[in-house]
Design a protein around this ligand. Structure first.
Ligand code: XLS
Ligand code: CA
Ligand code: CA
Length: 437
């Protein structure tokens, strides 16, 4: 059965094409800085936004027209599996990502949920074998069910904690079964609403305990995925513990977890935290913690996590610049954690949205490569920090300088001359690069 009958394979047609169902920039085999676009970008489909989301908002019920919705229960889950592989094939996307509850219905007991998962996981495995498609990451949803109202790894209720641990254990087994390249922990309810009823230190200790158990169990079953934590500052809780990259890194250091985790960074979460996406990527990269990306964009006029498809070329360019400078995404990828708007309810919109995101990232990749090849920002930065290359600056960097030697220098160095940062000029140079590729 086909779920996207009217859509053919999406091909690269180049910049001149006016076919909306074709790539204008994403040419998977095009080599950029020594690697193909496909190898750089490692695109993934987010199962939940593509096959589960129905366009519901607080003011209205679903709007999406989806053929798999004519089924119910496990049959609908099976239909979604078929739709997923048809979708990935037609768009030529190599990876996908899911939460346990996206792929199979939750039962009324843990046993029943696990049984449903086993059925769908077997079907996914079969389809992965025949299609060659791969799992970028899986995770478990420990935030939607009412049992997690006060958290999962940070719940005040030990019975809930035990259930979360059981769900996580199954998630690791599923990841192993499907050969997931990464496993994601996003702390949906791991935060608090008010300190008046919260033992913050105890909750964080417990969260770390859960992560240590996960490391031990993954080792025990031989699941060698890269573990990733996904920071987000707020929503659904008022204050999420994994606020941003820097906070998460501090947590990993404190609890002896730093060698076992990297970060899965999301653009919209960065802006919710008051950062740019490139800030979060740079923070991870300089700490050796860049794992994978959830590609989307927020709406700066709205204060929440709108998960829109990424089309802002300045952002995709600067994102790919950070990625290239960090040496690439390794086992990570670019997962479209993005949903079509409520008004974009036709199945074709799922294709158009992914094409928009993929072309925007491919465009950003080309522009970032040009920035690097022509050393446009490198030259600016080299010039800007040049006083540390010789004399007193070199003494500081080598560790030779002391407060006394610097004082001696400062006493006779008058006046100090600073230089302009030339921000406006640099921004225009960036625009010129983006529109030249
Ligand atoms: C929600 C998060 C979530 C994670 C996976 O805001 O982005 O979807 O990526 O649980
Ligand atoms: Ca995400
Ligand atoms: Ca999000």
């Amino acid at each position: 059965m086909s779920y996207f009958k009217n859509i053919n394979k999406i091909e690269f047609e180049g910049k001149g094409s006016d076919n909306p169902l074709a790539y204008k920039h994403y040419d998977p085999k095009q080599v950029v800085l020594g690697k193909t676009m496909e190898e750089h970008l490692r695109f993934a489909v987010a199962y939940w936004h593509t096959f589960n989301a129905n366009g519901t908002d607080p003011f209205g019920t679903g709007t999406m027209i989806r053929d798999w919705d004519s089924y119910e229960g496990l049959d609908r889950s099976k239909a979604r599996v078929e739709a997923n592989f048809e979708f990935m094939d037609k768009l030529n996307i190599p990876y996908y990502c899911f939460h346990d509850v996206d792929i199979a219905p939750e039962g009324s007991t843990l046993q029943e949920s696990n049984k449903n998962l086993d059925i769908i996981v077997a079907m996914l495995k079969e389809n992965m074998k025949t299609s060659g498609k791969k799992l970028l990451w899986n995770t478990v949803n420990m935030f939607s069910n009412p049992r997690y109202v006060h958290g999962a790894g940070t719940t005040p209720n030990a019975n809930v904690y035990a259930y979360a641990a059981a769900q996580l254990k199954k998630g690791l087994e599923v990841g192993k079964e499907l050969g997931a390249e990464n496993y994601v922990f996003w702390g949906g309810r791991e935060g608090y609403e008010t300190l008046l009823n919260t033992d913050m230190g105890f909750e964080l200790d417990n969260l770390a305990r859960l992560y240590h158990m996960a490391i031990d169990y993954a080792k025990e079953i031989g699941f060698d995925a890269q573990f990733l934590i996904e920071p987000k500052p707020k929503e659904p809780t008022k204050h999420q513990y994994d606020f941003d990259a820097a906070t998460t890194i501090a947590f990993l250091y404190k609890y002896g977890l730093k060698d076992h985790f990297k970060l899965n960074l999301e653009a919209n979460h960065a802006t919710l935290a008051g950062h740019t996406f490139e800030h979060e990527i740079r923070t991870a990269a300089i700490n050796g913690m860049l794992g994978s990306l959830d590609a989307n964009q927020g709406d700066l006029l709205l204060g929440w996590d709108t998960d829109e498809f990424p089309t802002d070329l300045y952002s995709t360019t600067l994102t790919m610049y950070e990625v290239l400078k960090a040496g690439g995404l390794g086992r990570g990828g670019v997962n479209f954690d993005a949903k079509v708007r409520r008004g974009s309810f036709e199945a074709e919109d799922l294709f158009l949205a992914h094409i928009a995101g993929m072309d925007s990232f491919a465009w950003g990749l080309k522009a970032a490569a040009k920035l690097i090849e022509e050393k446009i920002l490198d030259n600016i930065i080299e010039q800007r920090y040049r006083t540390f290359k010789e004399g007193i600056g070199a003494d500081i960097v080598s560790g030779k300088a002391t407060l006394a030697s610097l004082e001696q220098y400062a006493l006779q160095n008058n006046p100090i001359v600073n230089e302009s940062g030339r921000q406006e000029r640099i921004r225009l140079m960036l625009s010129e690069v983006i529109f030249s590729v």
